[in-house]
Design a protein around this ligand. Structure first.
Ligand code: SF4
Length: 65
C-alpha cells in the first residue's frame, strides 16, 4: 500500500482535529501546525487519514496514492 498524506503548512490553522482523529499519522510540529509523521500502511490508517482529510475545516490535508 502506497498511500501518502501531506499537510499544507500555509493553510493549516492548527485546530488539532486531524491529530485527535489520527495521531498515528498527524502530529503537531514546532509551529503548532499539523504535519505528517507516520506511515499510512494499513487500511485502517488509510480510512482514518481520509476521515481527517474530510473534517479538516480549511482543506489543508491531501491524501493520495
Ligand atoms: S484538521 Fe486541518 S487545520 Fe486542523 S490541524 Fe489538521 S491540517 Fe491543520
Amino acid at each position: 500500500m502506497k498511500i501518502k498524506a501531506i499537510v499544507n503548512q500555509d493553510v493549516c490553522i492548527g485546530c488539532g482535529m486531524c491529530i485527535e482523529m489520527c495521531p498515528e499519522v498527524f502530529k503537531y510540529n514546532e509551529d503548532d501546525k499539523s504535519e505528517v509523521v507516520g506511515e499510512i500502511n494499513t487500511d485502517d490508517l488509510k480510512d482514518k487519514a481520509l476521515d481527517a482529510q474530510e473534517v479538516c475545516p480549511v482543506d489543508a490535508i491531501e491524501v493520495y496514492e
